[in-house]
Ligand binder design. Structure first.
Ligand code: NAD
Length: 516
């Protein structure tokens, strides 16, 4: 059941109409299921596909942040008091409503960010799936009965943190909002999502839909506004039990330091510089397809992007040729065209940054193979004002080139040749990041050896970029700590409480272990 239909082509006006239709109360904080417009500084939103002004929203003031936190604290108390079966029933309804409105979420995402509709549809469907998956866990959170010496029974129970703040980035707004809210909700926390100020719309819609599906007041609130004001306030408030953060390394460190100063623990999902390693014995067509998907989907604005392509020397030129050929055939353009594969860079500052890193990479000795001129589908239209970068393949990237160690977060892959397995592994591990990577080979032993040796939270063998809410995801090193999916994340969003029960005769109320 969709409220909107896909316009035949993208225009700023069509995008604004979708925004007005799906969020008639505008963009603002969601408190107790209602949209509350911010009263602080105006934050303009630009249509990335055209570069034209799209809408604006306002930062929250301190009083509004306080109101939001008070609502979430009430929500946490009420929600945490329900049993897992009650929470599961409500979350199953949320998943159903999100599934019914997946097309609305996808349209709003595409309209407000410029994300190609086909990608937006995949991500919207996954949000519903996340809620369905964690609804299934809500009534299966178990403690233990732990044997101890003497007349005692000891039990552990899992207790929610209370209010969890989920700070999210602009590259996959609805996806990351679902990713970091479904699990903490399932185990009894209230969640405040703080979306990027550049892309708040779908998070607002998600919270309204969840409320409409029966999630009680205050259980899923949204704090729209700026990171330095609203975000910072949420990371140090004593009413907050835990902060999850998805974003850049530098902001992640700021958030973690601020939260630690207030005694609040964090889960950090940060950037990456993932190595995609192709051995000469690989199926080179599949590897080339994989390399293209690894870096160019979502125009490279993906934390797990395979931004380093390491190819064994014997097949280097052949693989580069195949990747270049495929990259040149990618369809770049209108986000509302279901055939479009590559959209614009979603924010103007990021667009400027991508251009700078391409220039720096070239100045440091890399050679451009693809990625210069925009196609007529863009240049001859209003899309020409948008923030577009063509899929860019650069070769001869040395280990001292900034492209080797800097996360570009755009459709830019730096390639290099290697001569041995050891060299490939050493090079893959040559950055401080450790989010993901892949190995392409027909030798299963080598595949496993390399997958084990590369320091990263996710490794694919003869594949790239599949992630699923059921599988643990997170980083090593600068890519963050903690995990945000899979069954283990239920521990991330609860604390363990130990309960001691004396079972001896009444004459010995404090037997054996009652000393430190
Ligand atoms: P960012 O770090 O600029 O911002 C992320 C969020 O932090 C935004 O909501 C922002 O408003 C907020 N923020 C900024 N300053 C803050 C402060 N002082 N206190 C609290 N919150 C603050 O990141 P971005 O540019 O939005 O996203 C791109 C980055 O996200 C890339 O580095 C990408 O790799 C990373 N990312 C990582 C993953 C992952 O799972 N590892 C997933 C998606 C994106």
């Amino acid at each position: 059941m969709s409220t909107c239909t896909l316009p035949s082509q993208y225009s700023t006006e069509a995008a604004a109409t979708i925004l007005d239709k799906l969020l008639p109360s505008g963009i603002g904080a969601v408190i107790d299921g209602r949209v509350i417009p911010g009263t602080g500084r105006a934050i303009p939103l630009t249509a990335a596909a055209t570069g034209e002004p799209l809408a604006e929203h306002h930062d929250l003031d301190a009083e509004q942040v306080d109101e939001l936190l008070a609502s979430s604290a009430r929500g946490a108390a009420a929600w945490g008091a329900l049993d897992g079966f009650q929470r599961a029933a409500i979350l199953r309804r949320v998943a159903l409503v999100l599934e019914e409105h997946a097309e609305d979420i996808a349209l709003l995402e595409s309209a407000t960010t410029g994300k190609p509709i086909r990608d937006a549809r995949v991500e919207a469907a996954k949000v519903a799936e996340m809620f369905g998956y964690y609804a299934g866990w809500a009534d299966k959170v178990m403690g233990q009965a732990i044997p101890v010496p003497g007349d005692w029974t000891t039990l552990t129970v899992r207790v929610p943190w209370g209010v969890v703040v989920a700070i999210t980035p602009w590259n996959a707004p609805a996806f990351t909002a679902g990713w970091n809210s479904a699990a903490p909700l399932a185990v009894g926390n209230a969640v405040i999502v703080k979306p990027s100020e550049f892309t708040p719309a779908t998070t607002v819609l998600l919270a309204l839909l969840a409320h409409r599906a029966g999630l009680p007041a205050g259980v899923l609130n949204v704090a729209t506004g700026l990171g330095g004001t609203v975000g910072a306030a949420l990371t140090t408030d004593p009413r907050v039990g835990k902060v999850s953060f998805i974003g850049s390394v530098s902001t992640g460190r700021t958030v973690a330091a601020a939260a630690a100063g207030a005694g609040i623990p964090t889960v950090l999902e940060l950037g990456g510089k993932s190595a995609n390693i192709v051995f000469a014995d690989a199926d080179l067509d599949r590897a080339a397809d994989g390399a293209v998907a690894a870096i160019f989907s979502n125009a490279g604005q993906s934390c797990v992007a395979g931004s380093r392509l390491l190819v064994e020397s014997a097949v280097h030129d052949e693989v580069i040729e195949r990747v270049a050929d495929r990259a040149a055939r990618l369809r770049v353009g209108d986000p509302f065209d279901p055939a479009t594969e590559i959209g614009p860079i979603y924010t103007a500052p990021q667009f400027a940054a991508v251009g700078t890193w391409i220039d720096e990479g070239l100045a440091s000795g890399a050679r451009r193979v693809t990625g210069a001129e925009l196609p007529p589908a863009i240049t001859g239209t209003r899309l020409a004002g948008g923030t577009w970068v063509m899929p860019t393949l650069l070769t001869d990237v040395s280990t001292s080139n900034p492209l080797e160690t800097t996360e570009v977060f755009g459709p830019v892959v730096g390639a290099a040749a290697f001569d041995s397995e050891e060299e490939a592994i050493a090079r893959a591990n040559g950055t401080r990041f450790g989010l993901a990577g892949a190995v392409w080979t027909s030798d299963p032993s080598r595949a496993l050896r390399v997958a084990r040796a590369v320091d990263a939270g996710t490794l694919w063998i003869n594949a790239y970029k599949t992630i699923h809410v059921a599988v643990p995801f997170g980083g090593f090193g600068d890519s963050g700590h903690g995990r945000s999916s899979g069954p283990g994340v239920l521990d991330e969003y609860t604390q363990t409480k130990a309960i001691w029960i004396p079972t001896g005769a009444p004459a010995t109320p404090f037997p054996s272990l009652a000393r430190w």
